[in-house]
Design a protein around this ligand. Structure first.
Ligand SMILES: Cc1cc2nc3c(=O)[nH]c(=O)nc-3n(C[C@H](O)[C@H](O)[C@H](O)COP(=O)(O)O)c2cc1C
Length: 468
């Protein structure tokens, strides 16, 4: 079965309505590097070109929302469904929402040579959902429809989001196919665990569309070089969000951390092939695709979860805003106004998680702290961050200036990354996704056994987006 609109020759990414700017891109078409966080959308005149491959699983309907997410953040999306996918969601839906004609076979508009051009011109190929069958065909190098042909011609990053029943996902054939795809550089998002087609549940569920779209943006954000799986085989723990120290069951001492920076770090590490655990303190964001999320509330819970996860981790990034103090006497019942003014709140220090990580660290483990500082009379944020780094003994300290609309809850961030050996790297204001990748670049260079590529020389990096 094939479906086509009237795109005509050359109408691969062209002809997509008023915003379409990719006619005649050709093999030499320039990829663009964007700060494509969900909040900001891509900048600049050219829109990144995404091929959204959809194969024939029950989760195909969720790909409609992935398409929406990407087009709304300004991406030029060409949908390539398989014939089986069109049995779940029809061609008019894909064509209308993408603004592009849709084909499933290589014969439609043969003069446009879509089977070659789509892959060549794309900045990213994202297959969601990826069926067991589609992955098997991709591994075998088949090109018996437009999607598999596109996968063979693509030289851009390729992301697969598999979805299927647990038995199919766990079958040795599928495991081997996933391993082969990863060896070839395909970024395969781990499916979520949850409700499947019927009443059953287990591993194999497609992650939420918002997370798949965020993953795709994180990959695109790295620009033409894309995301390399340079953290493959590494275990990474990230803490995110802000802890709450309860005064009574309904009131707490907390902070304004949204968890966005921590989640961006987790997403970036997963995109680079790491096995990631995120310890999430009161984060109201969707779980990051392909990442194990451990929800916690208090500093004590966060400590326990981080120390447990860190035991066999190569890298621990403490991005959460952890309370320094907790009420000495939290009440079991709500403190009532009618009982009169409560006694003054006595505070006790909480555990110093980063210091514990440092004292317990496994050989070769890299530890990264975050310092959210407002500065104080006589000491700027970098001076305070340097003092914190020396006090804690971590490898890197990411120093954020907070307050007055900075860092907390915002889509972007700026930081100075201080290293124990004296290096100092300025990361100018950028998206939290790009900042996350830059922090991971620096952390990766510290990992034992890794070539020292990308390591800073000590010079302050001040050009915008350098190395991002
Ligand atoms: C109702 C229904 C739901 C299906 N869901 C899935 C699924 O979630 N994952 C999967 O790998 N295959 C699923 N299949 C099987 C695929 O549709 C079948 O393997 C097909 O050949 C896939 O073709 P494609 O990979 O070319 O899209 C389902 C089939 C049916 C009838």
């Amino acid at each position: 079965m094939s479906q086509a609109g009237g795109g005509g020759p050359g109408a691969v990414f062209a002809g997509g309505g008023p915003g379409a700017v990719f006619a005649g891109g050709g093999p030499g078409a320039v990829s663009v590097s964007v700060g494509g966080g969900p909040e900001t959308g891509p900048a600049g005149p050219a829109r990144p070109r995404v091929v959204l491959g959809v194969s024939g699983g029950i989760a195909a309907y969720k790909a409609v929302e992935v398409l929406r997410q990407l087009t709304e953040s300004g991406h030029d999306v060409q949908v390539v469904p398989t014939a089986a996918a069109l049995r779940f969601v029809g061609e008019p839906t894909w064509a209308a929402l993408s603004g592009h004609p849709v084909a499933t076979d290589v014969w439609t508009d043969a003069d446009a040579v879509r089977h070659v051009r789509l892959g060549r011109e794309a900045d990213l190929v994202l297959v969601a959902p990826a069926t067991a069958d589609l992955m098997a065909r991709a591994v075998a190098g088949r090109s018996d429809d437009l999607l598999t042909a596109t996968l063979l011609t693509a030289r851009c990053p390729v992301v697969f989001a598999p979805a299927m029943h647990t038995e199919m996902w766990e079958h040795p054939a599928t495991r081997a196919n996933v391993a082969t795809l990863r060896e070839r550089g395909v970024l395969v998002i781990e499916p979520a665990v949850g409700r499947l087609t019927g009443a059953d549940s287990g591993a194999g569920r497609l992650p939420e569309p918002v997370e798949i779209a965020a993953f795709a943006r994180a990959v695109l954000a790295r620009g033409p070089a894309g995301v390399r799986a340079d953290l493959a085989g590494r275990r990474v723990v990230v803490s995110a969000g802000g802890t709450r120290e309860h005064l009574d069951p309904v009131r707490f001492l907390g902070n304004s951390s949204s968890g966005r920076q921590g989640y961006a770090l987790a997403r970036a590490a997963a995109a680079r092939g790491a096995e990631v655990v995120v310890v999430a303190a009161n984060v109201a964001l969707p779980d990051v695709a392909g990442v194990t999320t451990v929800p916690v509330v208090s500093a004590a819970q966060l400590r326990d979860a981080v120390l447990a996860a860190a035991k066999d981790a190569d890298l621990v990034v403490m991005a959460a805003a952890v309370a320094d103090f907790r009420p000495a006497d939290p009440r079991a019942h709500k403190i009532k106004k009618t009982d009169g003014a409560p006694a003054p709140v006595v505070l006790l220090p909480t555990a110093d998680v980063l210091a514990e990580l440092v004292s317990d660290r496994a050989p070769g483990q890299v530890l990264v702290g975050f310092a959210a500082e407002t500065g104080s009379p006589g000491a700027d944020v970098v001076t305070l961050g340097r003092a914190k780094l020396a006090r804690k003994g971590a490898d890197l300290m990411v120093v954020n200036e907070v307050g007055d609309g900075l860092a907390f809850g915002t889509p972007d961030n700026a930081a100075v990354v201080l290293a124990a050996d004296g290096d100092e790297t300025v990361i100018p204001r950028t998206t939290k996704e790009l900042l996350a990748h830059r922090v991971l670049d620096l952390a990766r260079a510290k990992l034992a056994g890794q070539p020292d590529v990308g390591r800073d020389t000590g010079a302050r990096v001040t050009s915008p987006a350098e190395g991002l």
